[in-house]
Ligand binder design. Structure first.
Ligand SMILES: Nc1ncnc2c1ncn2[C@@H]1O[C@H](COP(=O)(O)OP(=O)(O)OP(=O)(O)O)[C@@H](O)[C@H]1O
Length: 367
């Protein structure tokens, strides 16, 4: 495990983290600006010294205040990728990749180049690369030093939306193939959904949650920062078949429940996690007939929570998990909802697209 137990005063903020992370997989660190995300990974890298605590990577102490251990940056063997790629403009991509890399193993070099799709870029200068390509080179350089821990500080933050979409599959490939812990700082839940299998949430330096993504997503920890339209449930599903006539795919949820989503997912049998926006879920007392809505699921009302003046959140038990629906207080009163009753949840097929579906290989492996 990567065991982190740290305290550090940073001006008005006291950063306090106590987390135990697996030695594989992506842990996203989420929090508002100033929450302490960068300070945390700077402490893991050895760039900032904690006031007290310890960091153990497997059997080795990187830092232990009681034992007086504080491994130097270069001895920690962490790879660090910043928001901007920080490449040397006068070196070609090949030179940038090899910079500071004493290990000249060509097999390792080729593997990293292939993983990040850098083959055709090797003889180009950074000035000729897109923002996404530069970040791929920065990741390659970090990985060529064979790090034991990879730290990514909002690597997509400086990119526009198309470049972000272009880089995501490479990050997903890293998450799948690297057998080291990856700490990914982000304040984008979309990115976190696509990449992370664990989530650590910081609020003004305090760790308010740390655990498997689905668990933290479902807890109250994220609620204060997620605007109502972005609220949603994360469900685990298995890809079923593509519709023979329409551009839609069936996902299997368990207990014979299924969900039709937009688009064609052809990896039948693969596990995915799927986000269902709470605003896109409505409920009926009887199974509706003649509806345009493709997904009508029998659910049990598990909880009714008044979120604010305008919104009531319903927790709906379904196939061993649950789904959240946002409705108005008026609808709650008119339907006379009570906990324990059977309802029919309706979810538009069009409301779940590619950006809501992410591979769940890591989640499956570590759960
Ligand atoms: N050396 C320092 N001395 C005093 N205060 C500091 C120091 N370093 C960081 N801080 C403060 O600690 C808090 C956390 O900073 P940090 O950069 O870690 O936050 P962050 O979550 O990464 O924010 P952002 O998303 O804006 O990058 C901020 O209020 C910052 O001003």
């Amino acid at each position: 495990m990567l065991n982190i137990k740290l305290e550090k005063r940073l001006g008005d903020v006291c950063l306090k983290v106590d987390a135990s992370l697996p030695l594989k997989g992506v842990t996203a660190v989420f929090g508002l600006s100033g929450a302490g995300k960068s300070s945390l990974i700077n402490m893991l890298a050895g760039l900032v010294t904690p006031d007290s605590g310890s960091i153990a990577l497997g059997q080795e102490w990187l830092f232990n205040s009681e034992q007086g251990i504080n491994l130097a940056v270069e001895k920690r063997r962490t790879g660090y990728v910043f928001q901007d790629a920080r490449l040397f403009p006068h070196y070609k991509v090949r030179g940038n990749l090899n910079y500071g890399n004493k290990d000249k193993d060509p097999v390792h070099f080729d593997r990293i180049v292939a993983l990040l799709g850098l083959e055709s870029l090797l003889e180009r200068y950074p000035a000729t690369l897109s923002g996404g390509e530069k970040q791929r080179v920065a990741m390659g350089r970090a990985l060529l030093s064979r790090p034991r821990l990879l730290l990514l500080d909002e690597p997509l933050a400086s990119l526009d939306a198309p470049r972000k979409r272009e880089l995501l599959p490479y990050l997903q490939a890293l998450a799948e193939h690297l057998a080291i812990p990856i700490i990914y700082v982000s304040h984008s839940l979309d990115e976190i959904l696509q990449l992370a299998d664990r989530l650590l949430v910081l609020e003004r330096g305090q760790q308010v949650a740390c655990g498997p993504l689905q668990q933290v997503w479902d807890s109250q920890a994220l609620r204060p920062w997620v605007e109502a339209p972005a609220q949603g449930s994360l469900l685990l599903a298995e890809i079923g078949e593509v519709h023979p006539e329409y551009n839609m795919t069936r996902l299997r949820l368990g207990d014979n429940a299924e969900l039709w989503v937009s688009g064609r997912l052809t990896n039948v049998g693969d596990s995915v996690r799927v986000r269902v926006h709470s605003q896109q879920v409505s409920v009926c007392l009887q199974r509706p007939e003649g509806s345009s809505i493709r997904n009508i699921l029998a659910v049990t009302l598990a909880e009714i929570r008044q979120q604010d003046e305008d919104r009531v959140r319903l927790k709906l038990a379904l196939a061993g998990t649950h789904l959240w629906a946002n409705i108005t207080p008026w609808a709650r009163d008119e339907l006379g909802l009570t906990v324990g009753q059977t309802l029919f949840a309706q979810i538009k097929g069009l409301s779940i697209g590619a950006e809501d579906i992410a591979p769940a290989h890591l989640l499956k492996r570590f759960s």
